[in-house]
Design a protein around this ligand. Sequence first.
Ligand code: BES
Ligand code: ZN
Ligand code: ZN
Length: 473
Amino acid sequence: MIKLENKESSRIKIYFLGMEEAAGPMWNGRTQGLFTGEYLNTFFTVDDNKVVSLLVGLGEAKIGITEVKEVVSKGIKVLKEKKVGECSIDISDFLNISGITAVREVVQGILLGDYEPPFFGENNKKELEIYLNGFSQEQVFAIEKEIEIGSNIAKGITWARDMVNMPGNHFRPEDFADEIKEMMKDTEVECEQISYEELENMGMNGLLAVGSSSEFPPCFLVFRYLAAPESKEITGLVGKGVTCDTGGYCLKPSNSMSGIRGDMAGGAAVAGAIYALAKNHIKTNVIGFIPMCENRISPGSLVPGDVISSYGGKSIEICNTDAEGRLILADAVSYAVKKVKVTRVLDIATLTGAVVNMLGFSTAGLISDNQDFFELFRNAYKTSGERYWRLPVYEEQEKMIKSKVADIKNMGEGHCGTITAALFIKAFAEGKPWIHLDIAGTAWVDPPLFEYQSKGATGAGVTSLYYLCSDGK
Ligand code: BES
Ligand code: ZN
Ligand code: ZN
């Protein structure tokens, strides 16, 4: 719970201090010079009125979106460690640095710092009570609005994290669909679940071929948030929803199995972003598409050498059953552009190990065939503070997925695997403006890289997709 407070009532206050401020007359005496204000350093002090202050260092660097979220999360985490459930935060510095929108970053810092993954046992998590102060009376209305906006974005992120953190045996494809339908009841979003039989009738053979490997059937969730009737633009967001990826017959080695439940993080990001857009009543048209399935071993499941057909009409040679994400995304992207007629399409997926080797855990891979759409997304991810890096696409890489027995094959040549995976999906986008995000590295962290993360799911993609569709607002 985050409230505004102009009187000073809490027994604990968090202050954020740069190095100069920490060394200045106001604080240096009270800290005996022991707190220098270095970035993310913390220190407790008590004043004459017995009010405890937690000091968090801002360092010397420029304070941007990432830093605001980090220092606030750090303060919250330190208090939680000490079992303190209530405090007030002076936000005046942040307002001075980046204006009123700083509030939504502060709010995200609070709620993400407080995040705990689902716990299967007795849960005694207490709700935090946070009071914000350090603003003028004229700012109250705008700040309350920003608290609302920031809370909804943070809820989109923490909900996405919750779904990705769920153990696979508690989160089958249909549980995933049910969870989204339940959550969206509270919004203007309309959900349509396409069942196994309908998938068969439609010839969604990419999704069916992968999903029939499990006793828990695949399904396809389409959810619409159409809040800008005057606009012709409809953005399709397609998210990979593999709730368990064992690799299939091309089985993953046991030491690569730990994160396999997280293979639906792209789908979770799409759901989280559309939830936040709807809760904040953003005027946009956006449709989410999540093909949901497991990738396991069964008597009839795919083996290398198989050939399947797809919803888009192309035949596909299966070279590796662990390259399942592109098969289900191909069908979903075809459905989005051919059947639903979205005007531009973005897919997001934990797609390749190669992107992790290339860019690590802080930066996701991006591929696009459209400069205007790319630039819109670049503005969005700059506003969100997430990191993406655009990879090149050339003809020689397109050649790598040519098959001798079918229209296309589901694997390249053992190098530039992130690019060939993306190009496979592009082949189903029918020339519509297209962006592909490979979040295999950024969706899951152990250990966390930033203070606003916790071990496990990060909610990667939620904020960038949000700002893409909200035009940065
Ligand atoms: N879900 C995995 C990719 C992945 C790897 C996600 C590591 C998170 C962490 C995907 O389905 C996969 O297995 N991709 C293969 C493709 C290969 C067989 C062409 C890969 O990257 O090894
Ligand atoms: Zn796989
Ligand atoms: Zn996968």
